[in-house]
Write a protein that binds this ligand. Sequence first.
Ligand code: GAL
Length: 439
Amino acid sequence: MGNERWTRRQFVGRAGKTAGGVVLGLSLADFLAACGTSSPGTAGTGKLEIFSWWTGPGEKDGLAEMFKIYKNKYPNVTITNSAVAGGAGSTAKAVLATRMQGGRPPDSFQVHAGQELIASWVKANKMEAITSIWNSEGWDSKIPKDLKDIVSSNGDVWSVPVNVHRGNALWYNKKVLDSKGVSPPDTPEQLTSALSSLKAKGIANPLALASKGGNWQVQMLLENNILAAGGADFYKNVMSGKASFTDAKVVQALTWMKQWLPYANTDNSSIDWDEADNRLIAGTAVFHIMGDWAKGDFTSKNWVPNTDFGVVPSPGTKGKYMIVCDTFALPKGAPDRDNAIGWLKVCGSQEGQAAFNPKKGSIPARTDVSPSGFDVIAQSFIAEFKTDTLVPSSAHGSATPPAFASAVNDEMGQFIQNKDVTKTASNLQKASDEFLKTA
Ligand code: GAL
């Protein structure tokens, strides 16, 4: 594992290569249509409808910051915030699909960089390329090429990255952990023993677990543990159908989960990620494995980083950064296209990213946003993003096509009930055979 640092190019190799393969599989007609160009328009009056799933604390505040900037620039445009609740877009994505299929797209929508964008909406010929906006805004010199590449296919760019979230993070209630004399764990085994000590010291369910909205939160535990057990190269191979989910490393990843589950709250199917955060704040749980949107949530509730809460990489993943990248895109037939183009420019701007990300919990996609406006944890993440091995998340749409992530979510729902490691590994491999080999 010592020699497996992924350069930015190798990261793109996973998230972008399959995307390119998908587009190469298009018919000539689809291909020509997908090459449609866009040109910058003039925003100014009328409406703008923005679609996302940012309704939680922190994330809705970040979105509001970008709306403020847009309103300053275009005071005569009325913004409709069509955010649909449900973490990871568990409900929003279905609503969006219905609207897109029915020819009623919003003006712009949130979509993860990588396969969720390219293998679905671009492939279906539902998007306008934003290449000319990208070029006219000069984003090549501001947004890393690796991020550009995963929102690109066939020489066009299809969305603008607004942030980079970190998916492999273990958050903890610092005061409770300190008072119980337990150290933040570095390894999966250390997490198991920390959970066991905390339980012995009176905390019945020290691991906060949410699974409401389709078990994507449990898929995050799985992908982080696969990264921990197998390293970045194995993770990349298994998520592209080149290594098997029945491999001993995946079995190990599932076994760690099985060891942790008895320490988790059993009402997980009725709570989402932000409610799991609340268990940490209340001190009824101590640990939560979640993306750094949890940090946006904590700080919005006046919880102070490194005083009230702390973070370590998800056990066994130090030196690795599980990328979750939110972007905004321009659907074909956007009713207020010129206003949408103004929105995309705000999303990609220094001002927009400096205002959005500190509240959202993420770090900017742009490299020229000063870290001084960010909390201490975000400042460390900004530094680690530059040196860590980067891997794209499957649970959040970058590494694998949506149909695969969805099948894994279903399997995770079964697993937290039956805790059958062998059967789960074999079912995951069936999903890989069905959705990754053909991607
Ligand atoms: C992710 C998204 C984040 C955050 C999270 C929880 O999919 O990338 O920005 O919204 O879901 O809803």
